[in-house]
Design a protein around this ligand. Structure first.
Ligand code: GNR
Ligand code: NI
Length: 170
């Protein structure tokens, strides 16, 4: 197990479309374990492979609180096969957009088809916070960040601030 460095926007790798995986093998299972370790340490409640520079359609999620047992989800090649007409607004953050938060509107529930860590195809419906996080992570697989759902004014303000804080650190 290893913690991986998390890319911060703006980074061209966060804007690319990730490639389908097809089959789950030991190397992919090791990647998902590393992603979970990285996510727990951050701490975060979701992480998509492009955020650690791997352009594959892989994501992990765990929204359990510190006082609850861990509930990791590992998804490979996820696809949304159903979504509610009803929307839900949630204040989102992103490990690749550190220290910025904004309301994003998304479908209140989604049904997702994906391969689990054993390569088995599953279909699962998510609502509440899980629905938001699954959609946020799946956006990463298409090179979309939560700030892409905001006005260009808000988005550019956030991107400018991220660049400035990167300059300060460099
Ligand atoms: O840790 C995270 N919290 C979060 C809060 C609201 C909506 C989405 C998220 S996902 C985020 C981790 C992350 O950047 N995943 O890509
Ligand atoms: Ni994110």
């Amino acid at each position: 197990m290893a913690r991986l460095p998390i890319l911060v926007a703006p980074d061209p790798r966060l804007k690319q479309k990730a490639a389908a995986v097809g089959a789950v093998d030991d190397a992919l299972r090791a990647l998902m374990d590393d992603m979970l370790e990285t996510m727990y340490a951050a701490p975060g409640i979701g992480l998509a492979a492009p955020q650690v520079g791997v352009l594959k359609r892989v994501l992990v999620i765990d929204i359990a609180r510190d006082d609850e047992p861990k509930a990791p989800l590992r998804m490979v090649d996820p696809e949304i096969i159903g979504a509610s007409d009803e929307d839900c607004v949630y204040e989102e953050g992103c490990l690749s957009v550190p220290e910025h938060y904004a309301d994003v509107t998304r479908p209140a529930w989604v049904t997702v088809a994906y391969l689990d860590e054993s390569g088995r195809r599953r279909e699962q419906t998510f609502d509440g916070l899980l629905a938001t996080v699954v959609q946020h992570e799946m956006d990463h697989l298409d090179g979309i960040l939560f700030i892409d759902h905001l006005s260009s004014l808000k988005r550019n303000m956030i991107l400018r601030k991220l660049l400035k804080s990167r300059e300060k650190k460099a």
